[in-house]
Design a protein around this ligand. Structure first.
Ligand code: ADP
Ligand code: MG
Ligand code: MG
Length: 249
């Protein structure tokens, strides 16, 4: 589903991704861990097509299509979803309007008509309940004045309604209390599907107690330096990242 080959990218003239390769198949859950500043969020921004992130080498195929040649909106319409470490606020646009516009754009891509407003409201209310957000959040501006935990739940709500083919979650666990962590984990587990792939960027092993990954990768210095199964996350928790840097050197 996602095939990243030897990806190199610069931000503000600085090399951040240095030959990153990663293969993700439908049905798989991958966790990406790594020290601060290793390029994890940059990878997400590059995949999303955020301006200012320049790809200098390598390729990214999404379902066999060149992802890097697509506009950001096109990537989303093709079923790529990124939950960012710092979700943006969009004052003046209600969450409900935003969600419906996003869902309708994906449906239009598939040649389907816009979703019925009444049916969608019902569905959105149910998902609100699922992520433990009060229904009033549907009327509020997107992320406007939301707490850190509410923003993460809101990202999860977007994801549950959009049903993406590939979901990338950048540190969706950071800043969450234990109950919110469980809500996020339940939501992600709910999305697990043979037709869908999930990539979780996380600093801590604790999220992986709730969401069992098929693969764990370590990103350091802008590339994947080690891959393994969930036992690698436990090893990192016990030993930190220093030993890997030595091993790679
Ligand atoms: P991680 O998510 O792994 O902690 P990031 O991808 O956020 O790391 O950052 C990797 C490196 O790229 C850091 O040194 C960071 O300062 C730098 N970087 C990221 N975005 C920018 C930017 N917009 N301008 C300058 N440097 C940036
Ligand atoms: Mg970080
Ligand atoms: Mg980051």
């Amino acid at each position: 589903m996602l095939s990243i080959e030897n990806l190199r990218a610069t931000v503000a003239g600085k090399d951040i991704l240095n030959g990153l390769s990663l293969q993700v198949k439908a049905g798989e859950v991958h966790a990406i861990m790594g020290p601060n500043g290793s390029g994890k969020s940059t990878l997400g921004h590059v995949l999303a097509g955020r301006p200012g992130y320049e790809v200098t080498a390598g390729s990214v195929a999404f379902n066999g299509v060149d992802l890097l040649a697509m506009e950001t909106e096109e990537r989303a319409r093709e079923g790529l979803f990124l939950a960012f470490q710092y979700p943006v606020e969009i004052p003046g646009v209600s969450n409900m309007e935003f969600l419906k516009a996003a869902v309708d754009a994906v449906r239009a891509q598939r040649g389907e008509p816009p979703v019925d407003s009444v049916a969608f409201l019902k569905q959105a209310r149910a998902v609100c309940e699922q992520v433990s957000l009060d229904q009033s959040f549907l009327r509020r501006g997107v992320n406007e004045g939301f707490s850190g935990g509410e923003k993460k739940r809101n990202e999860l709500m977007q994801m549950l309604l959009l049903e993406p083919r590939l979901a990338i979650l950048d540190e969706t666990d950071s800043g969450l209390d234990i109950d919110a962590l469980q809500v996020v984990a339940d939501g992600v587990n709910h999305l697990r599907d043979p037709e869908r792939a999930i990539v979780l960027v996380t600093h801590y092993q604790r999220l992986l107690n709730h969401i069992e990954p098929d693969f764990v990768h370590v990103l350091a210095g802008g590339r994947i330096v080690k891959s393994g199964d969930k036992s690698l996350a436990l090893e990192l928790e016990a030993k930190g990242y220093g030993w890997l840097e030595e091993e790679v050197a």
